[in-house]
Each structure stands twice: as C-alpha cells, then as structure tokens.
Design a binder for this molecule. Structure first.
Ligand SMILES: C[S@@+](CC[C@H](N)C(=O)[O-])C[C@H]1O[C@@H](n2cnc3c(N)ncnc32)[C@H](O)[C@@H]1O
Length: 253
C-alpha cells in the first residue's frame, strides 16, 4: 500500500496546527489512570514521532512501529531520547521485548480496513503486552460517519519554501464500513512558482463500540472504557474520534 509514501514529506507541515501536546498529555493521563506503573510503550503507526516527542520526556520508553520508511526517517531526525522508531507492519511484527502499553494514535487502527488485518494486529499487540497491559487507540466512529457524512475539505499551509493545498474528497463504501479519502496535495515552490501534485487514497474503516468489544474479546482483551478522544465526553453521533482502552485478559480468566 502506498499511502503516506509521498505525503509523508509534507506531514509535519500539514499537521503543524494539530495540538500534539494536549493529545500526548491526555494519553499520559489515561496511562496513569489505567496502568500507573507503566514505563514501556509500543506505539503503532508512530508517524514522525510527534506524540513520542512529548511522552518520552515524562519517563517513558517508546518503541515506534511505522510502515512508512519516509516517516521513520523523519522521526529519527528528531533525535528523541528513549524513542526507537523502526519500519514495521503493525499487523505482523515481532519484538524481543514486551511493553506495558500499546498506543495507536490519530486513527491508525482505522487504516486497518479488513477483519483479518485487525485480528492480526490485535493478537500481535496482545502477545507483546505484559500482564495488565493496556491498549489505547482512537478510531473513526460509525454513528458520526453516518450522521455527519465526510465532507470535501480544503487545507492550505505554507512555510518559507512552499505552499501546500490539500483537497480531501471522500467516497463511502456502505457494505464494508470503509470510507476512501482521496487526497490531492498541490505543492507550489515559492521561489520558482512551479507546482506539482500528488494523489493518495487512504481507505479508512469506522467502528461501532460493540464491534470493537467483539474484536477485543476475540483477541484476548476486555473493553475497559470508551470516551470521546481528548474531551472524555460520552461518544455520540457527533463524535468523530472515539478513544478505546482495552486491557489484556489473563490466560486463566
Ligand atoms: C494519520 S497517521 C498518524 C501518525 C501518528 N500516529 C500521528 O499521530 O501523527 C497514520 C499512520 O499509520 C501508519 N500505518 C497505517 N497502517 C500501518 C501498518 N499496517 N503498519 C504500520 N504503520 C501503519 C501510516 O503509515 C501513518 O504514519
């Protein structure tokens, strides 16, 4: 799959207004609440390390797993202490160490659009968690997708060298709980005025709470809590991103 292959070099610019600090602090508060002794984290789909940059200095060690080699390179260039990003597929990875927490932030799990990928990912995470380990992730929430419907969005950003315009157009596949987000990213070089465009399709799966509960039970987890990502409000048809906290079930349970 090629999503994030070309897009990745513009990722930090496109999300420079995203409040990673507030998100990372929110995640640390969830870790303190649900697994207060945690020190080791596996971060699935760590991207360019924007959450790790804020979480690691709070005495956590993070192994970052990311499919896009370009994103991993950008993450490594940030030289974040106690952050170890590597190229890996979150549906089939093998690490020597286990962790206390697995994180998948900013809709990473929604990138796993079929059941097989989801089951493989959850089982692999289960194998890599210590006793009492927790799995925290946010996903697109089915009631909001159908109530609000994804709209065509335009985003414009610039730095000293380039101007970027990103157009996002969506197509809903009602039979598979997947929305294709078709991105066109236009990049204009400010010095030469030359523009180039890249196109990427990001198929996004959305989920209901009972669906994740069933997936969790099938892969050895129990669903501990759900809430709106960042606000902690109860999920509703207006909640696009819902945060899930799962706990690894012990074998004798
Ligand atoms: C929206 S980005 C989020 C990145 C980062 N967590 C953040 O918050 O900035 C989704 C990330 O998931 C990664 N990803 C999607 N599917 C993956 C897979 N099967 N294995 C590893 N990474 C994956 C993508 O490459 C991308 O970096």
């Amino acid at each position: 799959m090629s999503n994030f292959k070309f897009y990745s070099q513009y990722y930090d610019l496109l999300y420079k207004d995203k409040d990673y600090k507030a998100e990372a602090n929110y995640i640390v508060s969830l870790i303190n609440k649900y697994n207060s002794k945690a020190t080791k984290i596996i971060e699935l789909g760590c991207g360019t390390g924007n959450h790790a940059e804020i979480i690691c200095p709070k005495d956590y060690e993070i192994i970052g797993l990311e499919r896009s080699a370009e994103m991993v390179d950008l993450a490594k260039q940030k030289n974040i202490n106690n952050f170890f990003p590597q190229v890996a597929d979150i549906t089939q990875f093998k690490l020597k160490e286990k962790a206390d927490v697995a994180l998948a932030l900013f809709h990473v799990i929604s990138y796993l659009s079929d059941n097989k990928q989801l089951i493989n990912c959850f089982k692999t995470v289960h194998n890599h968690l210590n006793e009492n380990g927790i799995f925290i992730f946010d996903i697109w929430y089915t009631p909001a997708v159908y109530f609000q419907k994804p709209e065509t969005r335009i985003k414009r950003l610039a730095n000293t060298e380039i101007e970027i315009t990103r157009l996002a157009q969506s197509h809903i596949h009602y039979q598979t709980n997947v929305v294709d987000v078709n991105y066109e990213v236009m990049i204009k070089d400010k010095e030469t005025n030359i523009s180039t465009s890249i196109f990427e399709k990001h198929p996004m799966r959305h989920f209901s709470i009972p669906e994740i509960e069933l997936l969790a039970a099938h892969t050895g987890f129990e669903l501990v809590h759900t809430e709106e990502f960042l606000t902690a409000n109860e999920p509703s048809e207006n909640t696009w991103g819902v945060c899930f906290i799962l706990r690894k079930k012990q074998i004798n349970e």
